[in-house]
Design a protein around this ligand. Structure first.
Ligand code: ZN
Ligand code: ZN
Length: 187
């Protein structure tokens, strides 16, 4: 699905960088330091950046012969659910970005795939696809509230932390109670 169609970049969008200030002369640089609201659905199934949370961009734009190299770090809070006990997880993430965005109609534009090298649209760069890709690699697919989370008792759903060490459902299982009674009657 062409979700990031190059025809619709909005310069006011929080993850779109405007490079108008950056001279198109190899070696020219501009720092980008700003806090922007996170877009929706940024993350993986069980953990991600809450929509609207503060994303800290600490980036550097550098002119190269065929485009702009964006490098630096993006940090922000993540919220999720423990894969074992379903408790809420509040954590933070940091991803490093190093992406080349080719000028429109450059040789790179003509000779590479859009999957390999990003594309600029005029002076605009859309950081969102690179951030999403980096986050998928950074965030755990099975997040845990703590590394040794014991999870829940499969019988009663209570967290093992809240149960005594000898917690067991063996003695009070009614099926076994009935069975032992039957055995006795037959004797
Ligand atoms: Zn847990
Ligand atoms: Zn139990």
């Amino acid at each position: 699905m062409p979700k990031h169609s190059p025809s619709t970049l909005d310069p006011r969008s929080p993850l779109v960088l405007d490079t108008r200030d950056l001279p198109r002369r190899p070696g020219a640089m501009r720092p980008v330091q700003r806090v922007v609201p996170a877009p929706a659905d940024l993350g993986v199934e069980l953990i991600g950046v809450p929509e609207g949370a503060d994303l800290n961009l600490d980036l550097r734009l550098e002119s190269v012969s065929e485009g702009v190299l964006v490098s630096g770090a993006i940090t922000g809070p993540v919220r999720g659910e423990c894969g074992r006990c379903l408790r809420e997880i509040n954590d933070s993430m940091a991803v490093t970005i190093q992406e080349l965005y080719a000028y429109e109609n450059s040789t790179t534009d003509a000779t590479t795939d859009e999957d390999e090298v990003g594309r600029m649209q005029g002076d605009l760069i859309d950081l969102e696809p690179a951030l999403r890709d980096a986050l998928v690699l950074t965030l755990p697919t099975n997040p845990l509230c703590r590394e040794d989370c014991p999870g829940l008792c499969p019988e009663c759903g209570t967290h093992w932390d809240d149960l005594p060490a000898d917690h067991s459902h063996q003695q009070i299982d009614p099926r076994w109670a009935g069975l032992s009674q039957m055995t006795r009657t037959e004797e």
